[in-house]
Design a protein around this ligand. Structure first.
Ligand SMILES: [Fe+2]
Length: 272
């Protein structure tokens, strides 16, 4: 099977003649995806709870801070209750987190900013990425959860390690409570089958895929990484659970996107 890297390299050659659309235009075209998630038995105090998800930053060499700043400003403009960051903060260099973490520290939701780490963060230095985020007041969930008091009631947010770390769903959900909806942050979307089977999570939010990053007609599968081939982008019902996979913000391997523009996700919870 053709590797993701080989595919992206071949794609660059194939797309070179397109006047730079895939290299200069689409990677900058931030799309706002608004999804309404129905949750059975949602407490009335959580009706309309607004979560903004940002993921796959990949700061440097291809994704620049100025573009990520645009995404952070757009997130703040939505006045969310909670912002969740779904991993892959860094790409080629671990030190990029020293520029990215202070920018993410300017996110201003009503309640909290929560984060999980991605496979690229594990490759470069998970401990350093997590510490840099925490220094900016961001709560990093590595196989743990927390109950957030919102609207006179509570909502449970949990986060797992990436599959490149020590993914442990039981540990992440240990603090979940019957009657309190659980939202799971997991970098790789394809863990959804295991999560749905567990039965405690109402909504899983993921990234990792970049939506394929380069989606050539008839070859959409070729640029999808392991862990995002079953649920590559958009919203899914998996058993009783709702899953949304974001296309993310940055690029890896090459500075191009085609047929998969960067995404800022706004999630609104509603009762069924
Ligand atoms: Fe990524």
């Amino acid at each position: 099977m053709i590797s993701r890297r080989t595919f992206l390299g071949t794609s660059l050659v194939a797309l070179f003649g397109e006047g730079g659309y895939s290299a200069f235009i689409e990677p900058q075209q931030l799309r706002h995806e608004r999804i309404v998630v129905p949750i059975a038995g949602l407490p009335s105090g959580l009706e309309g709870l607004r979560i903004v998800a940002l993921t796959d930053f990949h700061l440097q060499p291809f994704t620049q801070l100025a573009f990520l700043k645009k995404a952070v400003n757009a997130a703040n403009a939505l006045q969310p209750d909670v912002v969740v960051l779904l991993g892959d903060f860094v790409d080629a260099t671990l030190s990029a987190i020293e520029d990215l973490a202070p920018l993410l520290g300017t996110l201003r939701p009503q309640v909290d900013v929560l984060a999980v780490l991605g496979n690229h963060d594990y490759r470069k230095g998970a401990g350093y990425v997590a510490a840099s985020l925490q220094r900016e007041g961001i709560t990093v969930l590595r196989n743990r959860g927390l109950l957030l008091p919102i609207g006179g009631t509570e909502v449970h947010f949990a986060g797992t390690d990436s599959l490149s770390g020590q993914f442990d769903l039981s540990e992440a959900l240990a603090g979940s409570r019957a009657g309190v909806p659980s939202v799971l942050l997991a970098h790789e979307p394809d863990v959804a089958d295991v999560v749905a089977q567990d039965g405690r999570v109402a909504l899983q939010l993921s990234g990792h895929s970049h939506g394929g990053q380069v989606r050539l007609p008839g070859m959409e599968w070729a640029s999808l990484p392991l862990g995002a081939r079953k649920y590559p982008f958009g919203s899914y019902q998996v058993g009783k659970m709702f899953l949304h996979t974001s296309r993310g913000l940055g690029t890896t391997g090459l500075p191009i996107r085609f047929g998969s523009p960067p995404e800022l996700t706004e999630v609104l919870l509603t009762s069924v």
